[in-house]
Design a protein around this ligand. Structure first.
Ligand SMILES: C[S@@+](CC[C@H](N)C(=O)[O-])C[C@H]1O[C@@H](n2cnc3c(N)ncnc32)[C@H](O)[C@@H]1O
Length: 427
């Protein structure tokens, strides 16, 4: 029997574990990277295992579609994972077809419970190769239920464009601490400057080794994720509240602008990252571990940001697992949490103060519907429409009501899907 611990097989076996964890539960992919076979890999093999798992998750719907006619009955779960990994390597990664097949057959051979299926694995993968590389079909890239939702919310054309961004591996976006530093950083990294001042770089690997990281002159933040905070136009000396702050991308934006920031999050371990991130960029904030909906504090703030917990369906470019781990029932339960947190955020806003509500979700219940319901019950707030181009907001993302619905293809080269709305409290 072949051994899973060989140099060729160990990262691939770990990738299978990551894929299975990602599909089994929300946050499973992150958890699986702190336990099991993955943690026993060396640095380069770790990166390879992760890349294999992410590529498989990015093409999961497509691969399952081409596997369907090759399988007369559902194989054991590990065999399906192996077939998914093998097909992804053969068609969507730079792995020679021969190596994609033999390593997958060897992985089947390496375990007692899958050994009997190695002939099936070989036959199915060779059959796929004979058929040739499949053309990407948007409808096959996302889970059916989510694709149907996107079609009904945004129309056929946008749903297809959203889904096509699932398969593409994204570049890395950075926010400069000082907007005036953007040109120098673009040259040093190197990076492209996007509208709004985000830097987009093709650099890969450990960000801590990239130019100017140690000096804290930038932090990693998706181009779309950087826009909601800019809509607050926070000024030096103002008080600002970030109600779901960790790991601190938006806190850093407000602190770097010179505001006195209070950063609240209910997760103490995640707040540690906010403190570390702020220290690296030479800024600070008051850090509070609390449920934002139950936090007892008398203060009110000039600017309040609520980046609420959500289904995160907009983040599939970097986290393709969210698409497959999300369940239809998550939307209503998270919308209820968001509504409670939005009321708390409203109470913490000073008379005349600004409030930005945002989520990295593509689902209208967590965005437009949430804000409409809020405006209906809180007549002390008004929507202040976002201007096209404001803070880097793509014109195509500004809705008729003046809310911001950033679809992943609205920013050339792709970005997270994000929703944001800006509100102002009556003086
Ligand atoms: C979308 S993330 C925030 C990302 C962050 N704003 C940034 O830009 O880096 C959502 C955060 O909400 C926190 N969270 C969830 N429910 C919460 C609650 N009831 N009160 C406070 N924080 C909460 C989670 O711990 C998580 O860190």
């Amino acid at each position: 029997m072949t051994s899973e611990s060989s140099h060729e097989l160990a990262p691939r076996a770990a990738a299978c574990d990551l894929i299975e964890a990602a599909l089994a539960r929300r946050a499973g992919l992150d958890e699986a990277q702190t336990t099991g076979a993955f943690t026993r890999l060396e640095g380069r093999d770790r990166a390879f295992a992760r890349a294999l798992a992410l590529a498989t998750l990015r093409h999961l719907g497509m691969v399952d579609r081409i596997l369907a006619p090759k399988l007369q009955r559902e194989p054991p779960a590990r065999i399906r994972t192996l077939l998914r990994l093998g097909a992804t390597q053969a068609f969507f990664l730079d792995v020679p077809e021969f190596a994609a097949v033999t390593t997958t057959v060897d992985l089947a051979d390496a375990r007692k419970e899958t050994k009997a299926f190695k002939g099936l694995v070989n036959a199915v993968l060779r059959g796929l190769l004979r058929d040739g590389k499949p053309a990407l079909d948007p409808a096959a890239l996302a889970p059916d239920w989510l694709y149907a939702r996107w079609r009904s919310a945004f129309g056929d054309e946008d749903a297809a464009a959203i889904a096509l961004t699932i398969a593409a591996e994204p570049a890395t976006d950075l926010t400069p601490r000082d907007p005036d530093d953007v040109a120098a950083l673009a040259e040093a990294l190197p990076a492209e400057i996007l509208p709004g001042g985000t830097l987009r770089t093709a650099l890969r690997g450990d960000v801590a080794t990239w130019p100017a990281f140690e000096d804290g002159r930038w932090w990693v933040q998706d181009a779309a994720a950087a826009i909601p905070t800019r809509l607050l136009h926070v000024k030096a000396g103002e008080t600002a509240l970030d109600l779901c702050a960790a790991p601190g991308g938006k806190t850093m934006q407000m602190a770097a602008a010179g505001a006195k920031v209070v950063a609240v999050d209910r997760s103490a371990p995640r707040l540690k990252r906010v403190t570390e991130n702020l220290a690296r960029i030479g800024s600070g904030a008051e850090i509070v571990a609390a449920d934002a909906g139950a936090w007892q504090d008398e203060r009110t703030f000039d600017a309040v940001l609520l980046d609420a917990p959500c289904t995160a369906t907009g983040t599939f470019r970097r986290h393709p697992d969210v698409l497959w781990a999300a369940r239809p029932t998550d939307i209503a339960s998270l919308a209820a949490v968001q509504s409670r947190l939005l009321d708390a955020a409203a109470d913490k806003t000073k008379p005349g103060g600004r409030l930005v509500y945002c989520v990295c979700s593509l689902e209208p219940e967590e965005g437009e519907a949430q804000v409409r319901a809020f405006l209906a019950r809180r007549t002390d707030f008004k929507l202040v429409p976002v201007e096209p181009g404001e803070g880097g907001a793509p014109a195509a993302s500004v809705t008729a009501e003046g809310m911001l619905r950033i679809l992943p293809h609205h920013i050339p080269g792709g970005a997270d899907g994000f929703f944001a709305a800006r509100l102002v409290k009556a003086p």
